[in-house]
Design a protein around this ligand. Structure first.
Ligand SMILES: C[S@@+](CC[C@H](N)C(=O)[O-])C[C@H]1O[C@@H](n2cnc3c(N)ncnc32)[C@H](O)[C@@H]1O
Length: 333
């Protein structure tokens, strides 16, 4: 098996700087999909003018936002400043969404620091026109534990709406078989239980997701170098429930391009952005790879494999690191 991983780029700034020359976008530029479907912008989510440029008058029916969480993996900002910044990209998101649309936001809660920024973000959202709809928790398989505390395995996902968007409830069943009878309900004067009312052998996804595998280096969808990659299954669940085929989906914090790739697989268009040209490049390459090979990631190979063969600086930097990219997301809880 070919094994050419690169380490997490947030922990290897020299490597990230070395890869910058392979990024086809510079700050402020937008890649237009030759198939006319998607766009990737090297843009700032908080900038109204940059997001207007990305949207070019179009409106989307769904946004999936996964910002830096103000936790350890990122340079910590003062909490008020972080929430002010969130307000800015929430404003650009509201601008970019259609009157009837959905917004999902992944956000962390730092248990060592009063659970910030989750509650502060929720309070800020009450001052906006978005209406709270659900508070979802996804369970990670591996977590961050000490012998003095519960293992931290949760990822929080907030679901808001604007107007009256669609919700394709039937689209979303888990792989978990329904085994328990119960939940009796009267229908046409007759007491029925959940097995006979059910449309599927499996249980519906609720607001606690225990059936989504966290990405790790053995999975085909793994993107080496990325440190905060969300599973395609979570993006797909959101996309299928809260948009229709042909709709436009947004993600202003693109990183590994999970929303972009999931939109492609599920026949939606995606406009996505990241301030870092290297992550924009990785996301575009991931989409291209999917189209060329049907593979949704690189597993234990690298998005920059070809360059690794002839770039001596890159080779030397990689020789210095032996880390396997197993630790993604662990610093984000
Ligand atoms: C938590 S990661 C997103 C992970 C993504 N959902 C995935 O599955 O790969 C956050 C990303 O936001 C980017 N970012 C940080 N500040 C930004 C900003 N102001 N505008 C756009 N992107 C930003 C970072 O470079 C990083 O790639």
């Amino acid at each position: 098996m070919i094994n050419t991983p690169i380490p997490r780029l947030d922990r290897s700034p020299e490597l990230r700087n070395c890869l910058l020359k392979y990024a086809r976008l510079k700050s402020g530029e937008i890649w237009n999909d030759p198939d006319g479907k998607h766009k990737v912008g090297c843009l700032d989510a908080a900038s109204q003018t940059e997001i207007e440029k990305l949207m070019d008058q179009r409106k989307a029916s769904l946004a999936i936002q996964d910002p830096p969480y103000n936790l350890v993996a990122f340079q910590e900002r003062e909490l008020n400043e972080y929430i002010r910044w969130c307000k800015q990209w929430i404003t650009t998101t509201e601008y970019a969404l259609a009157p009837d649309s959905s917004l999902y936001v992944w956000l962390g809660a730092d248990q060592k620091s009063g659970f910030q920024p989750l509650p502060d973000f929720m309070l800020m959202m009450r001052q906006t026109r978005f209406l709270a709809r659900s508070f979802i928790t996804m369970r990670n398989q591996r977590g961050y534990g000490t012998s003095k505390n519960w293992m931290a395995v949760r990822q929080e996902l907030l679901y808001y709406i604007k107007g009256s968007p669609i919700f394709n409830v039937d689209a979303e069943y888990t792989d978990i078989p329904k085994i328990l009878r119960g939940y009796y309900k009267e229908i046409d004067g007759r007491i029925t239980e959940n097995m006979e009312r059910s449309k599927s052998e499996n249980i519906r996804a609720g607001n606690v997701w225990v059936d989504v595998q966290q990405v790790f280096y053995r999975m085909e969808e793994n993107v080496n170098g990325c440190y905060a990659q969300k599973p395609l299954k979570s993006a797909e669940r959101i996309i299928r429930a809260s948009s229709n085929k042909g709709d436009l989906v947004l993600d202003f914090f693109c990183h590994s391009g999970s929303t972009l790739v999931s939109a492609e697989i599920n026949n939606r268009a995606c406009y996505t952005a990241d301030t870092d040209p290297v992550y924009c490049e990785i996301a575009i390459r991931r989409l291209e790879r999917l189209r060329e090979t049907g593979k949704a990631g690189w597993q234990n190979r690298s998005p920059f494999e070809k360059e690794m063969q002839h770039d001596s600086e890159l080779k030397a930097l990689l020789a210095e690191t032996t880390e396997i990219d197993e630790g993604k997301q662990l610093t984000l809880i």
